[in-house]
Design a protein around this ligand. Structure first.
Ligand SMILES: [Ca+2]
Ligand SMILES: [Ca+2]
Length: 136
């Protein structure tokens, strides 16, 4: 069941998260492949709210939405700085970030949660990290 969430990571939580998981992950660029259906085992980015197409979904982390051909499938619309709704259908927490390489402000979405109320982070996400350990 999908539940709504609106949560930013508290600084101490973020610090622990960084110490546990992100250092190794940022050692190399990760460029996800994207598809246009939001399925189990994926994270999903919608350009518009609430959950309005175009949609880009992936099962992988992505360290830079500018890298490669990061557009919404079947469109020429770039994903970077455009996302207005997110859903996490991975089995673990996922954190979206406002700059590439998992930097800037973080927005943590637990497994099975979604949000179309990104507030000041609307149209700012530039990377996301599927967490290896609890992050939210
Ligand atoms: Ca948008
Ligand atoms: Ca950004």
């Amino acid at each position: 069941m999908i539940r709504a969430t609106f949560r930013r990571i508290a600084a101490p939580t973020m610090l622990a998260f960084l110490l546990v998981g992100v250092v190794a992950a940022t050692a190399f660029a990760v460029d996800a492949s994207w598809d246009s259906s939001c399925n189990s085992g994926e994270i999903c980015n919608w350009r518009n709210a609430p959950y309005q197409v175009p949609l880009a979904a992936t099962s992988s982390s992505d360290s830079d939405y500018n890298a490669g051909s990061d557009v919404y499938p079947n469109t020429t619309d770039g994903i970077n700085d455009s996302v207005s709704s997110v859903r996490n259908l991975k089995s673990t927490d996922t954190v979206w970030f406002t700059t590439n390489n998992y930097g800037g402000s973080g927005y943590c979405v637990p497994s099975g949660f979604q949000s179309d109320q990104l507030g000041g982070l609307n149209d700012r996400f530039s990377s996301h990290l599927i967490a290896a350990s609890p992050a939210c």
